[in-house]
Design a protein around this ligand. Structure first.
Ligand code: NAP
Length: 286
């Protein structure tokens, strides 16, 4: 392997430590930062995710409230819970774990979360703020990827970044953040005819697809930074990303592993957004 590893576990630990210091500072002023996590239904992956989010929160000294509901919960009842949390001054961040059962309109739920508590950064107001360069909550996964670049001292300025994937939660906000940081950005998707022709030009590649081996060694410029957002299972049922790690790590300059790369950074950035929300609320209360 020639590429250097970008260690998401180590970086997220550092970030969690910084959040814990900010939590302690707010507590000293009599404010207990609080995150509410809502889980509707029994999706096994979602149950694991919310468990981690709650534990992460408590690890920094923040309060977390986990609300679990039956899969039959009505949309109206869920919207009423979100509105109640919007009005609760002890809650600074609200996260509704996705996916929701099919009878609930996830967009409607997200748009009901107060933008000031939208710590996932999925609200249309947060997306709009990102688009026009106004302050707002950034979606945790692309925010974490930007922190990874910062940690290795690679500025996107003047570089060509290729983002593979255009979802509202990863690909599009990733591209916007890279653009804001003055990269020249190309967004690829399932309709891109020759993905390799694009990625071979890239100084930075972010793969956010959800398919194994979307990026192979022959598609990477020597020395490029490769960030693998994908979460898939290989033939041995082990977690793997979108990138052929064994091959690409022979060509890239930097690479994120899966697991231990973007995943822990996503969790850490949720904490950053939550403490940010609590600090803003505290500043407004003065
Ligand atoms: P998504 O909504 O399914 O979007 C996938 C994107 O990949 C789409 O834009 C799709 O294009 C594009 N795509 C599909 N096949 C392609 C191909 N062969 N070549 C180029 N582009 C292709 O998924 P997502 O929510 O963005 O998540 C992407 C992956 O990241 C998943 O594995 C997910 O589990 C993982 N993820 C990880 C974290 C983390 O913390 N590590 C967080 C979030 C997501 P079209 O738009 O044309 O369909």
């Amino acid at each position: 392997m020639t590429a250097q590893l970008i260690d998401g576990n180590a970086l997220s630990k550092k970030i969690r430590g910084e959040v814990a210091e900010r939590v302690a500072a707010l507590k000293a002023r009599g404010v207990q930062p609080g995150l509410a996590v809502i889980l509707v239904g029994e999706n096994p992956a979602s149950q694991v995710y919310v468990k981690h989010k709650v534990a992460d929160c408590e690890g920094t000294g923040m309060r977390s409230v986990l609300e679990r509901y039956e899969p039959t919960m009505s949309e109206a009842d869920l919207l009423a819970r979100v509105r109640a949390l919007n009005d609760d001054p002890a809650i600074h961040g609200i996260l509704v774990q996705l996916p929701l059962p099919s009878h609930i309109d996830a967009n409607k739920v997200i748009e009901t979360i107060s933008p000031s508590k939208d710590v996932d950064g999925f609200h249309v107001q947060s997306a709009g703020a990102l688009m026009i360069g106004q302050p707002g909550f950034k979606p945790c996964t692309p925010y974490g990827c930007m922190k990874m670049l910062e940690s290795i001292g690679v500025s996107p300025k003047g570089r060509h970044a290729v983002v593979i994937g255009r979802s509202n939660i990863v690909g599009k906000p990733m591209a916007m953040l890279l653009l804001q940081a003055n990269a020249t950005v190309t967004i690829c998707h399932s309709g891109t005819p020759d993905l390799g022709a694009m990625t071979r030009q890239a100084d930075i590649v972010v793969a956010a697809v959800g398919k194994r081996n979307v990026l192979t060694a022959d598609m990477v410029k020597p020395g490029a930074v490769v960030i693998d957002v994908g979460m898939n299972r290989n033939d041995e049922d082990k977690l793997c990303g979108d990138v052929d790690f064994a091959g690409v790590s022979q060509v890239a300059g930097w690479i994120t592993p899966v697991p231990g790369g973007v995943g822990p950074m996503t969790r850490a950035m949720l904490l950053v957004n939550t403490i940010e929300a609590a600090e803003r609320a505290a500043a407004q209360a003065v």
